[in-house]
Unconditional design. Structure first.
Length: 241
């Protein structure tokens, strides 16, 4: 599973939002700035191209840059990118330590930290030129054009179960391959979501109150759980797009 978008607040707010999983059935569009996202877990290896139910693939595919390390120096690769307004940027940390992301002008990346090996996704709903920085590395990002991307069609919430423990609501969901769905952690404690076999080690950790967008690229049926609380489970059926 890919983590598409991580948000410190849901996309419904008028301000920008943080990491996470990745499929934007319509790229969530907070008002100003970028919406950080992160890597989804257990994502099948192949990522399909094309559209989902007529949705522009730019709404469901993130443009990727990597944080690389040479000795004590860090850099983004590539160091300059252009995306459309409302589309998503995926930042993959290939260095050996956690890296904090910041942007100027402010892109709403509140406490956006990318762990080693993690893939975090950030959405930029406003046009403009941004400088994304991390440990001396600078990414020059141009956001231009219009976008028909909107909020994801499917949403999951992790909550405290009435019988104790934690649960996903709803317990089952059906999505199209590569389609983004949102996961919001309202359980009051951090949760790490793992879906199926974690092939790429890309766990998606949600702080309490955090929302992330996730995506599964290959058709099939997946059981997603919280690594901290295995009783919290959701079944996700992924249909071919």
């Amino acid at each position: 599973m890919r983590r598409a978008l991580q948000m410190s607040q849901p996309w419904l707010t008028s301000a920008a939002v943080a990491v996470a999983f990745v499929t934007l059935a319509a790229c969530g569009a907070p008002a100003a700035g970028g919406v950080p996202g992160t890597t989804a877990t257990g994502s099948p290896p192949a990522r399909k191209a094309g559209t989902v139910a007529g949705i522009d693939p730019k709404c469901t595919k993130a443009t990727t840059t990597k944080i690389t390390q040479t000795d004590a120096a860090y850099a983004f690769s590539p160091a300059a990118l252009t995306i459309e307004r409302g589309a998503a940027l995926a930042v993959v940390n290939r260095s050996n330590s956690a890296r904090t992301l910041s942007a100027s002008p402010d892109a709403g990346m509140v406490a956006s930290v990318v762990d080693p090996g993690e893939r975090q996704i950030i959405q930029f709903p406003d046009e403009g030129t941004f400088r994304v920085r991390s440990a001396g590395a600078v990414l020059r990002l141009t956001v231009s054009g219009d976008s028909g991307c909107g909020a994801p069609a499917h949403a999951l919430t992790i909550v405290t179960a009435s019988s104790g423990g934690y649960t996903f609501e709803p317990a089952k969901v059906t999505v199209a391959a590569t389609e983004n769905f949102a996961v919001t952690n309202q359980s009051g404690t951090a949760q790490t979501v793992v879906c199926g076999k974690d092939d790429d080690g890309a766990n998606s950790r949600l702080a309490k109150g955090e929302t992330q967008l996730l995506a599964l690229d290959e058709p099939g049926r997946y059981t997603c759980t919280s690594s901290q609380h295995s009783s919290a489970k959701v079944t996700i059926t992924v249909n071919a797009d």
